[in-house]
Design a protein around this ligand. Structure first.
Ligand code: CUA
Length: 327
């Protein structure tokens, strides 16, 4: 006999598991079933209709199978005719699938693409470039360059122009619209529109290497005045020159606008202190975690293209102070 002490936690685990799944699935909100834009609502609607349609189809098939099982020994029953088999087995599935395809593709999914011709009339265009393993964000017509945190005005049609600088990535904000591939030679487009002010999590959705899972980003839908203020600040160059330590260790990859540091290998750090996260959402942007990132880069994000820099504790503190001051 097993000790009861072994059974109790297991029983508790069984009752807690659905709650835990609920907490991770719904709490994180990175879900296309928690839509916050008209396009995302269409996508969620398709999902529910497909679920209902396929559930109904499965129920009918299981019902017929069960009925056939119970009647298997009934004497004197005719076998179903060829017409019945063709109608139920071929014509019905074709009709159902064509109807679902037409409904989802023609009526709903096409509506999630921004029309090419009217791009100029849209209120904002944002360019996002995929890198292993982070997102470069530019606002055409301005000097603003940032990384991993995209700001857009709320209730505004924003056209995202996306491509990649290396391998194929996929840009996806499940609560706002469908995913779109980021390809090397072609600029793809998708619209972002947020019904409500808030922070929406996005994720790379095409396997792109060791840190694919840690290639996240945020979309902040701001009130229009907050957005304009943010964009104006992002366009400002940094005030003051970087310390010689930054020029020595960091400037071959990172830019600080308004200073001699102008490389474009890693994220633009001009206003890095104003971001909420680091390393494409791998860690929150706090002095403690930034020190950890500078000290043990390959421990925090193994496979990231930022090398371990072998900095001393004093150097880590100096760089952290400087970078956190770049608001
Ligand atoms: Cu980038 Cu997966």
């Amino acid at each position: 006999m097993k000790p009861t002490g072994d059974r109790l936690p297991r029983a508790r685990l069984v009752t807690l598991l659905p709650l835990a799944l609920l907490a991770t699935g719904c709490g994180s909100k990175q879900s296309s079933l928690a839509p916050e834009s008209p396009s995302a609502h269409s996508i969620a609607t398709i999902w529910w209709i497909m679920l209902a349609g396929s559930g109904l189809g499965l129920a009918v098939i299981v019902g017929i199978l069960v009925a056939a099982w119970f009647k298997r020994d009934a004497p004197g029953r005719d076998r179903p005719g060829t017409i019945t088999v063709l109608a139920l087995g071929i014509v019905t599935p074709i009709l159902v699938l064509v109807a679902l395809f037409a409904y989802s593709d023609i009526f709903l999914i096409r509506g999630t693409s921004p029309p090419v011709a009217s791009a100029a009339s849209r209120e904002l265009t944002v360019r996002v470039i995929g890198h292993q393993f982070w997102w470069e964000v530019r606002y055409p017509g301005t000097t603003a360059i940032t990384a991993n945190e995209i700001h857009i005005p709320v209730r505004t049609h924003v056209v995202m122009l996306v491509h990649t600088d290396d391998v194929i990535h996929s840009f996806w904000v499940p609560q706002l619209n469908r995913k779109i591939d980021m390809e090397p030679e072609q600029v793809n487009r998708v619209e972002l529109y947020a019904d409500k002010v808030g922070r929406y999590r996005g994720q790379c959705s095409e396997f792109c290497g060791l840190q694919h899972a840690h290639m996240g980003f945020y979309v902040f839908a701001d009130p229009p005045a907050t957005f304009r203020h943010w964009l104006a600040r992002e366009q400002q160059p940094a005030s003051g020159a970087p310390p010689p330590l930054f020029m020595d260790k960091c400037s071959s990859c990172h830019a600080i606008r308004g200073t001699p540091a102008s490389a474009n290998v890693g994220p633009d750090l001009t206003h890095v202190g104003g971001r909420t996260s680091l390393a494409a959402l791998t860690i929150p942007n706090t002095p403690v975690r930034l020190r950890e990132w500078l000290r043990e880069t390959q421990h925090v994000k193994p496979g990231s293209l930022m090398p371990d820099l072998n900095l001393t504790d004093a150097q880590v503190r100096q760089l952290t102070r400087y970078l956190e001051g770049l608001k």
